[in-house]
Design a protein around this ligand. Structure first.
Ligand code: SF4
Length: 255
Protein backbone atom coordinates (compact mmCIF):
# COMPACT_ATOMS: atom_id res chain seq x y z
CA UNK A 1 0.00 0.00 0.00
CA UNK A 2 1.57 3.27 -1.00
CA UNK A 3 1.06 6.59 0.71
CA UNK A 4 2.71 8.97 -1.74
CA UNK A 5 1.97 8.19 -5.33
CA UNK A 6 0.63 4.92 -6.72
CA UNK A 7 2.59 1.96 -7.96
CA UNK A 8 2.67 1.59 -11.74
CA UNK A 9 0.98 -1.77 -11.42
CA UNK A 10 -0.41 -4.08 -8.77
CA UNK A 11 2.21 -4.84 -6.19
CA UNK A 12 3.77 -8.24 -6.72
CA UNK A 13 4.64 -10.48 -3.80
CA UNK A 14 7.83 -9.37 -2.10
CA UNK A 15 10.92 -11.02 -3.51
CA UNK A 16 13.76 -8.79 -2.35
CA UNK A 17 14.57 -7.08 0.92
CA UNK A 18 15.67 -3.48 1.20
CA UNK A 19 19.09 -4.82 2.13
CA UNK A 20 19.30 -6.64 -1.20
CA UNK A 21 18.77 -10.26 -0.14
CA UNK A 22 15.96 -12.39 -1.44
CA UNK A 23 13.00 -13.50 0.65
CA UNK A 24 11.26 -16.86 0.31
CA UNK A 25 7.87 -17.15 -1.35
CA UNK A 26 5.16 -15.88 0.97
CA UNK A 27 2.32 -18.22 1.81
CA UNK A 28 -1.20 -17.31 0.75
CA UNK A 29 -4.20 -18.22 2.86
CA UNK A 30 -4.53 -21.54 1.03
CA UNK A 31 -1.11 -22.54 2.33
CA UNK A 32 -2.35 -21.92 5.85
CA UNK A 33 -5.80 -23.45 5.82
CA UNK A 34 -6.42 -26.65 3.90
CA UNK A 35 -9.82 -25.47 2.70
CA UNK A 36 -8.74 -22.00 1.56
CA UNK A 37 -10.13 -19.14 3.64
CA UNK A 38 -10.88 -20.12 7.22
CA UNK A 39 -14.61 -20.61 7.69
CA UNK A 40 -14.78 -19.09 11.14
CA UNK A 41 -12.70 -16.20 12.41
CA UNK A 42 -13.32 -14.80 15.88
CA UNK A 43 -15.13 -11.47 16.06
CA UNK A 44 -13.96 -8.95 18.67
CA UNK A 45 -14.94 -5.45 19.71
CA UNK A 46 -12.39 -4.01 17.27
CA UNK A 47 -12.55 -6.57 14.47
CA UNK A 48 -15.38 -8.14 12.49
CA UNK A 49 -14.21 -10.58 9.82
CA UNK A 50 -17.58 -10.26 8.09
CA UNK A 51 -17.86 -6.47 8.20
CA UNK A 52 -19.57 -4.97 5.15
CA UNK A 53 -20.07 -1.41 6.40
CA UNK A 54 -18.34 -0.08 3.28
CA UNK A 55 -20.36 -1.40 0.32
CA UNK A 56 -17.71 -0.58 -2.27
CA UNK A 57 -14.98 -2.38 -0.31
CA UNK A 58 -17.22 -5.34 0.50
CA UNK A 59 -17.98 -5.74 -3.18
CA UNK A 60 -14.30 -5.42 -4.06
CA UNK A 61 -13.41 -8.11 -1.50
CA UNK A 62 -16.03 -10.43 -2.98
CA UNK A 63 -14.54 -9.88 -6.44
CA UNK A 64 -11.06 -10.46 -5.05
CA UNK A 65 -12.12 -13.70 -3.39
CA UNK A 66 -13.60 -14.88 -6.68
CA UNK A 67 -10.43 -13.98 -8.58
CA UNK A 68 -7.97 -15.25 -5.96
CA UNK A 69 -9.77 -17.96 -3.95
CA UNK A 70 -6.69 -18.70 -1.82
CA UNK A 71 -6.31 -15.08 -0.65
CA UNK A 72 -7.45 -13.95 2.79
CA UNK A 73 -9.77 -11.40 1.14
CA UNK A 74 -11.45 -10.25 4.33
CA UNK A 75 -10.89 -7.34 6.68
CA UNK A 76 -7.35 -7.81 8.02
CA UNK A 77 -7.08 -7.93 11.83
CA UNK A 78 -4.40 -6.15 13.83
CA UNK A 79 -1.34 -8.19 14.74
CA UNK A 80 1.01 -8.25 17.71
CA UNK A 81 1.07 -7.91 21.47
CA UNK A 82 -2.25 -7.87 23.31
CA UNK A 83 -0.85 -5.24 25.70
CA UNK A 84 1.52 -3.18 23.57
CA UNK A 85 3.40 -0.04 24.50
CA UNK A 86 3.73 0.85 20.83
CA UNK A 87 0.87 0.76 18.32
CA UNK A 88 1.95 1.13 14.69
CA UNK A 89 -0.82 2.28 12.36
CA UNK A 90 -0.59 1.80 8.62
CA UNK A 91 -2.97 2.73 5.83
CA UNK A 92 -4.77 -0.34 4.43
CA UNK A 93 -3.99 -3.89 3.29
CA UNK A 94 -2.13 -4.20 0.00
CA UNK A 95 -3.85 -6.34 -2.62
CA UNK A 96 -1.08 -8.95 -2.80
CA UNK A 97 0.27 -8.37 0.69
CA UNK A 98 -1.95 -8.34 3.77
CA UNK A 99 -5.05 -8.97 1.69
CA UNK A 100 -3.39 -12.19 0.56
CA UNK A 101 -1.82 -13.39 3.80
CA UNK A 102 -4.20 -11.95 6.42
CA UNK A 103 -1.47 -10.24 8.46
CA UNK A 104 -0.69 -6.50 8.24
CA UNK A 105 2.37 -5.63 6.14
CA UNK A 106 2.99 -9.24 5.19
CA UNK A 107 3.58 -10.42 1.66
CA UNK A 108 4.49 -7.27 -0.22
CA UNK A 109 7.26 -4.70 -0.24
CA UNK A 110 5.83 -2.35 2.38
CA UNK A 111 6.45 -4.85 5.19
CA UNK A 112 10.07 -5.59 4.42
CA UNK A 113 11.58 -2.48 5.97
CA UNK A 114 9.01 -2.47 8.78
CA UNK A 115 9.75 -5.97 10.06
CA UNK A 116 13.50 -5.64 9.52
CA UNK A 117 13.44 -2.49 11.64
CA UNK A 118 11.26 -4.00 14.35
CA UNK A 119 13.62 -6.96 14.54
CA UNK A 120 16.71 -4.72 14.74
CA UNK A 121 15.12 -2.87 17.65
CA UNK A 122 14.11 -6.04 19.49
CA UNK A 123 10.39 -5.66 18.84
CA UNK A 124 10.04 -8.69 16.54
CA UNK A 125 11.34 -12.22 16.94
CA UNK A 126 12.16 -12.46 13.23
CA UNK A 127 13.25 -10.01 10.55
CA UNK A 128 10.74 -11.25 7.97
CA UNK A 129 7.01 -11.69 8.14
CA UNK A 130 6.04 -14.47 5.78
CA UNK A 131 2.62 -15.78 6.74
CA UNK A 132 0.19 -16.07 9.63
CA UNK A 133 1.84 -19.33 10.69
CA UNK A 134 5.52 -18.41 10.46
CA UNK A 135 5.93 -18.14 14.24
CA UNK A 136 6.80 -14.45 14.20
CA UNK A 137 5.84 -12.59 17.37
CA UNK A 138 5.95 -8.92 18.24
CA UNK A 139 7.17 -7.77 21.65
CA UNK A 140 5.57 -4.66 23.17
CA UNK A 141 4.27 -3.70 19.72
CA UNK A 142 1.15 -4.14 17.65
CA UNK A 143 0.29 -3.24 14.07
CA UNK A 144 -3.11 -1.97 12.94
CA UNK A 145 -4.42 -0.38 9.78
CA UNK A 146 -6.52 2.75 9.33
CA UNK A 147 -8.73 0.83 6.89
CA UNK A 148 -9.04 -2.93 7.31
CA UNK A 149 -10.17 -3.89 3.79
CA UNK A 150 -8.10 -3.62 0.64
CA UNK A 151 -9.32 -0.63 -1.39
CA UNK A 152 -9.39 -0.52 -5.21
CA UNK A 153 -6.21 1.06 -6.61
CA UNK A 154 -4.88 1.40 -3.05
CA UNK A 155 -7.15 4.38 -2.37
CA UNK A 156 -9.80 4.30 0.35
CA UNK A 157 -12.52 6.94 0.12
CA UNK A 158 -13.02 9.46 2.94
CA UNK A 159 -16.30 7.80 3.96
CA UNK A 160 -14.54 4.44 4.19
CA UNK A 161 -11.78 5.90 6.35
CA UNK A 162 -14.42 7.39 8.65
CA UNK A 163 -16.44 4.17 8.76
CA UNK A 164 -13.48 1.99 9.70
CA UNK A 165 -12.29 4.54 12.23
CA UNK A 166 -14.78 3.10 14.73
CA UNK A 167 -12.61 -0.02 14.97
CA UNK A 168 -9.42 1.99 15.44
CA UNK A 169 -11.09 4.13 18.08
CA UNK A 170 -12.19 1.04 20.02
CA UNK A 171 -8.73 -0.47 19.75
CA UNK A 172 -7.09 2.72 21.02
CA UNK A 173 -9.56 2.91 23.90
CA UNK A 174 -9.14 -0.72 24.89
CA UNK A 175 -5.35 -0.84 24.59
CA UNK A 176 -4.69 1.25 27.68
CA UNK A 177 -1.07 0.07 27.72
CA UNK A 178 -0.25 2.03 24.54
CA UNK A 179 2.10 4.93 25.25
CA UNK A 180 3.04 5.77 21.66
CA UNK A 181 1.15 5.52 18.41
CA UNK A 182 3.42 5.53 15.38
CA UNK A 183 1.48 6.70 12.32
CA UNK A 184 2.85 5.56 8.98
CA UNK A 185 1.81 8.33 6.63
CA UNK A 186 -0.60 11.22 6.70
CA UNK A 187 -3.78 9.17 6.35
CA UNK A 188 -2.83 7.05 9.36
CA UNK A 189 -1.92 10.24 11.25
CA UNK A 190 -5.34 11.74 10.46
CA UNK A 191 -7.05 8.48 11.36
CA UNK A 192 -5.38 8.38 14.78
CA UNK A 193 -6.44 11.96 15.48
CA UNK A 194 -10.01 11.22 14.42
CA UNK A 195 -10.06 8.11 16.59
CA UNK A 196 -8.70 10.17 19.49
CA UNK A 197 -11.28 12.93 19.05
CA UNK A 198 -8.63 15.55 18.21
CA UNK A 199 -8.65 18.25 15.52
CA UNK A 200 -6.30 17.78 12.61
CA UNK A 201 -5.50 21.48 12.34
CA UNK A 202 -3.78 21.43 15.73
CA UNK A 203 -1.56 18.46 14.93
CA UNK A 204 0.10 18.88 11.52
CA UNK A 205 1.77 15.85 10.00
CA UNK A 206 5.53 15.80 9.40
CA UNK A 207 8.05 13.01 9.40
CA UNK A 208 9.50 12.46 12.90
CA UNK A 209 7.15 15.04 14.44
CA UNK A 210 5.89 14.21 17.92
CA UNK A 211 2.48 15.13 19.32
CA UNK A 212 0.98 14.79 22.77
CA UNK A 213 -2.32 12.90 22.59
CA UNK A 214 -2.92 12.73 26.32
CA UNK A 215 -1.18 12.53 29.69
CA UNK A 216 0.38 9.15 28.88
CA UNK A 217 0.18 8.89 25.13
CA UNK A 218 2.15 10.38 22.24
CA UNK A 219 1.72 10.28 18.49
CA UNK A 220 4.86 10.04 16.37
CA UNK A 221 4.66 10.54 12.60
CA UNK A 222 6.64 8.75 9.94
CA UNK A 223 6.52 8.65 6.18
CA UNK A 224 4.93 5.40 5.09
CA UNK A 225 7.45 2.61 4.48
CA UNK A 226 6.05 1.95 1.01
CA UNK A 227 8.00 0.81 -2.02
CA UNK A 228 7.56 4.26 -3.57
CA UNK A 229 8.90 6.11 -0.55
CA UNK A 230 11.85 3.80 0.00
CA UNK A 231 12.87 3.53 -3.64
CA UNK A 232 12.71 7.30 -4.12
CA UNK A 233 14.55 7.68 -0.79
CA UNK A 234 11.84 9.91 0.62
CA UNK A 235 12.25 7.45 3.48
CA UNK A 236 15.59 5.72 4.02
CA UNK A 237 16.18 2.71 6.25
CA UNK A 238 18.16 4.94 8.59
CA UNK A 239 15.39 7.55 8.79
CA UNK A 240 12.88 4.85 9.55
CA UNK A 241 15.00 3.18 12.20
CA UNK A 242 15.56 6.53 13.89
CA UNK A 243 11.86 7.36 14.06
CA UNK A 244 10.89 3.89 15.33
CA UNK A 245 13.72 4.05 17.90
CA UNK A 246 12.45 7.43 19.08
CA UNK A 247 8.93 6.02 19.39
CA UNK A 248 10.36 3.20 21.52
CA UNK A 249 12.19 5.71 23.69
CA UNK A 250 9.02 7.74 24.25
CA UNK A 251 7.16 4.52 25.07
CA UNK A 252 9.75 3.66 27.71
CA UNK A 253 10.92 0.54 25.89
CA UNK A 254 14.47 -0.73 26.43
CA UNK A 255 16.91 -0.05 23.57
S1 SF4 B 1 -12.98 -0.98 5.72
FE1 SF4 B 1 -13.49 -1.33 7.89
S2 SF4 B 1 -15.59 -0.53 8.15
FE2 SF4 B 1 -15.21 -0.77 5.93
S3 SF4 B 1 -16.01 -2.81 5.44
FE3 SF4 B 1 -13.82 -3.06 5.89
S4 SF4 B 1 -13.71 -3.55 8.09
FE4 SF4 B 1 -15.76 -2.72 7.68
Amino acid sequence: MTERGRPKSAVAPASRTVRGTRTPKVAGAADLFASGRPAKIPRTSCYDPDCTRCPRLAEFLAETHHKYPDYWARPVPSFGSAAPKLLIVGLAPGMHGANRTGRPFTGDFAGILLYETLHELGLATRSESLSMTDGLELRHARIANTVKCVPPENKPLPDEIRECNAYLRTELEELTSVRVVLALGRIAHDGVLLASGLRRSRYPFAHAREHVLGPERHLVDSYHCSRYNTQTRVLTARMFKEVVARACELAGLPR
